[in-house]
Design a protein around this ligand. Structure first.
Ligand code: CMC
Length: 430
């Protein structure tokens, strides 16, 4: 136990609480014994001041705009690495050697197919189902197909389940897309790398040859790296909470996908693009800025603001560069959405309201424009986020299962409902 303590006074009684220090970032006051010693809980809706776990995976300094995976800056990983290397790093804690990388790529690649029966499962959906609805259901359904990797007490099964999910997410995501457009599913091609194979499964058709554009494949791979993990965000915390009860990993990841879907989280990329389309031209921006600032209007600038980043989201900077690269490669000289986005960003960054509240563009601000230019429909944006975040969810889930101090997650509450009262028979109720 740390020698440092913090003392708090609860109704006149002084209680010492240990302080625990991380390698970097804020220390924490360990309040685990507070209830036992004071009879009181702490109250922190939205966990704005609460660390829910100890973790060695991802570090964010929101004030400085820093994001590290296992200590490595996101900028360096996005510039020099590839997505599967990032997956290895997040799962195992170190960058792979060349032979470890080759072995990992091989193992992931051998799991890309899904059980043939899953095809029938897909056919039960309406064609106009939101692909995130299809993903929640189909990833949850993996636990009905892969019984040999659902025993969470077996490290070997945990690793196979992890490989399966990293490998099968692109297949399921592409199937969700193909189903929505009424095209046949394309089987994975294991001679392609992870991202090129995903583009193939999305955009190839059986009657024509398809070769993915390497610039777009590299850009999408980088987008996956940027989304791979983000410490204890809402969906990751959901995965950990679901996993803390001993639920199987496929069910836990399905829970994470459900949480990611919301517009305050992963759904923001879809919402941001819709907002840019609705704004339409730079002249209409001031009216939307005014709406965003109006306390009586629920409208928010989608793709702006973040719970942790009170500075420019480092992922957004890389994303903005990637957007320009992709539009350039596709020969899109004048994209009206990009014009609106750049002008909106410029105005918001100089506006007192946004400066004072430290609202900067987040990763979702530019990702929609890029994905749209690549040919993905808006409804697929959050699916791509889920595909990339799966490795982060799994790494965090594994870390939790392997942590000897882990317990079932069970928050407490401040009860403000009716005190105890007696049942009144229906005939006597007013
Ligand atoms: N537009 C206008 N005002 C905003 C915005 C925005 N996008 N975001 C926050 N604010 C205001 C908010 O009204 C509040 O004002 P006040 O203090 O006067 O009540 C203040 O800023 C603080 O906001 P908050 O809601 O208390 O902050 P939070 O940390 O709970 O919310 C957030 C963070 C990301 C949910 C929020 O900024 C938001 O809704 N942004 C738009 C959605 C979005 O882009 N989400 C993607 C996040 S990044 C990808 C991911 O990790 O999923």
């Amino acid at each position: 136990m740390s020698a440092k303590t913090s003392t708090i006074a609860v109704e006149g009684k002084s209680i010492d609480l240990p302080i625990r220090e991380g390698t970097i970032g804020p220390s924490v006051v360990d309040i685990a014994a507070l209830y036992k010693n004071s009879g009181m809980f702490t109250y922190d809706p939205g966990f704005t001041s609460t660390a829910s776990c100890e973790s060695q995976i991802t570090y964010i300094d929101g004030d400085e705009g820093v994001l590290l995976y296992r200590g490595y800056p996101i900028e360096q990983l996005a510039e020099h690495g590839d997505f599967l290397e990032t997956c290895y790093l997040l799962l195992y804690g170190e960058l792979p050697t060349a032979s470890q990388k080759a072995d990992f790529d091989y193992r992931v690649t051998r799991h890309t197919m899904v059980h043939e029966q899953m095809l029938r499962f897909f056919q039960g959906f309406r064609r106009d189902a939101h692909p995130m609805a299809v993903m929640v259901a189909s990833v949850g359904a993996l636990s009905a197909f892969y019984h040999d990797s659902t025993d969470i007490s077996d490290p070997q099964q945990r690793m196979i389940a992890s490989m399966r999910m990293i490998a099968k997410m692109p297949t399921l995501a592409a199937m969700a897309y193909k189903y929505s457009v009424g095209q046949p599913f394309m089987y994975p091609k294991n001679n392609l790398d992870y991202t090129a194979n995903f583009l193939h499964m999305c955009f190839a058709v059986p009657c024509e040859e398809y070769t993915s554009n390497p610039v777009l494949a590299r850009a999408l791979d980088r987008i996956f790296i940027l989304h791979a993990d983000h410490e204890q965000n809402a969906s990751t915390s959901t995965v950990r909470l679901a996993g803390s009860s001993g639920a199987n990993p496929f069910a836990c990841i399905a829970a994470g996908i459900a949480c990611l879907w919301g517009p305050a989280h992963g759904g923001a990329n879809e919402a941001a693009l819709k907002m840019l389309e609705e704004i339409g031209t730079p002249e209409r921006i001031p009216q939307y800025i005014a709406k965003a600032k109006d306390k009586n209007d629920p409208f928010r600038l989608m793709g702006f603001g973040h719970r942790v980043y009170k500075n420019y989201d480092p992922r957004a900077k890389i994303m903005q560069r990637t957007t320009h690269e992709v539009l350039n490669e596709l020969g899109i000289k004048d994209d009206p959405l990009l014009d609106v986005a750049m002008e909106l960003e410029r105005i918001a960054l100089h506006d007192e309201y946004f400066i004072e509240k430290k609202l900067y563009p987040n990763i979702d601000f530019y990702s929609g424009i890029t994905l749209k230019a690549m040919g993905f429909p808006t409804s697929m944006f959050t699916v791509l986020f889920a595909l990339a975040r799966t490795v982060g969810w799994i790494a965090q889930w594994k870390e939790m299962i392997e942590d000897p101090s882990q317990k079932i997650g069970r928050p407490r509450q401040l009860y403000t409902g009716a005190p105890k009262r007696d049942y009144v028979p229906i005939a006597q109720r007013a």
